[in-house]
Design a protein around this ligand. Sequence first.
Ligand SMILES: [Zn+2]
Length: 269
Amino acid sequence: MPELPEVETTRRAISQFEGKVIESSKVNNPNLRWKVDKNFESIINNFKINDITRRAKYIIFNSDNYSILLHLGMSGSLRILNRASNHFKKHDHVEFIFEDKKIIYNDPRRFGSIHLTKNIKSHFLINKLGIEPLEKKFNGSYLFSICSKSRAPIKSLIMNQKNVVGVGNIYACESLFEAKINPLKESSLLSEHECTSLAKCIKKILKNAIKVGGTTLKDFYSADGSAGYFKFKLKAYGRENEGCLVCDEKIIKTVQNQRATFYCNNCQI
Ligand SMILES: [Zn+2]
């Protein structure tokens, strides 16, 4: 599933279209998690993109009147083709056609979505989201203030989108490993020092993944390339029964909120 780093890498890859005009659009198949607006093609016609931003895992094309709000769901991807290309793939749902290129939205499992809105800030998918992990506002004192009021395990707290957005399961496991904090620990028991360390580790892990994404960008977006999500070296996630890279104890796997959690019971307290 595309996580925040993949979405941010996707946004960067298409940022070349800022200031460009979508001359027309084509909805090949409107059936996504929500049906694409039946007026989409008529509205997305000579649509000048002022900028392309990201909020949580949403990519947003802003124009003077409307915004296009796009989510990649479980299996969605965008690819860039020359306008004249006839390289179509199954599950190419929507095409954005520019002067000499086009962006194609492909989603085999259809959990993604494309919405049109005149008021992006109050859109129901956006208006209840927590703060961005890479912004300055997300720091030790912020994390400490919400932790001190919560009896939830710390891993659940950082994965709750109302607290902070975009910390998916893999990144939560890796950040807690890096910060040497047990994922099962009750949030209210974390010290301010631990919260500062955890906030820093979350930023570090996400930035590293974005960096790796940037270096693999060329393969990731080649016109006929498949939408494989990039891999960076994982220290805890997926390493059940393998030796901890710090102390060599076996990494433990458990399940929290139906999601796999991997941690070292020796290093993470
Ligand atoms: Zn260890």
